[in-house]
Design a protein around this ligand. Sequence first.
Ligand code: UDP
Ligand code: MG
Length: 321
Amino acid sequence: MTAQNRVTLSIIVPIFNEELVIPELYRRITGVMDEIGVSWEMVCINDGSRDRSAQMLADLNRADPRVKLVDFSRNFGHQLAITAGLDYADGDAVVIIDADLQDPPEVIAEMLARWREGYEVVYAVRADRQGESFFKVWTANAFYRLLRSITEVDIPLDAGDFRLMDRQVVLTMRSLRENHRFMRGLSSWVGYKQIGVEYQRAERYAGETKYPLRKMLRLTMDAITSFSYVPLRMATWFGFSLAAISLLGILVTVGLRLSGNSAFYGQATTLVAVLFLGGIQLIFLGILGEYLGRIYDDVKRRPLYIVAHTHGFERPDSPQE
Ligand code: UDP
Ligand code: MG
């Protein structure tokens, strides 16, 4: 495809059971984009929705070919839906946005302005979260800070996946094919000229969150294992500390025995020590397993996602380029 008929902006929207939101999403996006006045496409990835989302998007594509649909064969998860979006998006710049309108499309205008100034990644920073539970805000805060403290990548605080990327960055992102991915981390890792813009995170327009605690924990583990060896190193630190304490314990015990003191004869002491050490060892085996499982998934080299149908792309069922 040549640069002449390439659109200026591709808007990537991952969709999982969002039938309540899709009409309003389309209305808001077209409103904002008509005002901005650049050519655009909306690349929707249906991530195995079980409601009418896919059908609604296919209908939208028939009425307005700027709306395009990549229909997954099943649910592969938010991060892989975004990955597919980057693979299929054709714009000179790409914006990733949530379907539920928590990321206000109006921010796109400011992102485009920053991009025209020469920034290659413009990430949106949440200045405020409305209508989200105290638990969600608190866990999100803890998550971003923990990640920052144990990784070497400079991942901006309180920035989600809502961001603009220049085509060059998108091409670089396409070359990263790991399975368990944390897209905002990768988008920091690739470098380039980056800047943040602040925005007010709105309430979900309709429906419920598609990120239950289980999925949030998995994303956290993916983020940590993708960018940090600290959990593995903890075993070494712990081993050294425990060995040092044990050495002290041996000296004390020998000393007590020689002086005829019977303070440490009990079996309970031994049992507690053995159980404690067993627990620690199992925890670190588990941590090793987390890394090993991810390595195994990458070694299998399965495709990251499977596309069942596409609507609106020139070369159906295969990513461009
Ligand atoms: N999503 C997805 N696949 C999933 C879960 C979520 O494509 O398995 C999409 C969802 O439709 C939405 C975005 O990811 O567009 C963010 O999800 P949600 O708004 O439910 O997450 P939250 O804002 O509550 O963290
Ligand atoms: Mg949301």
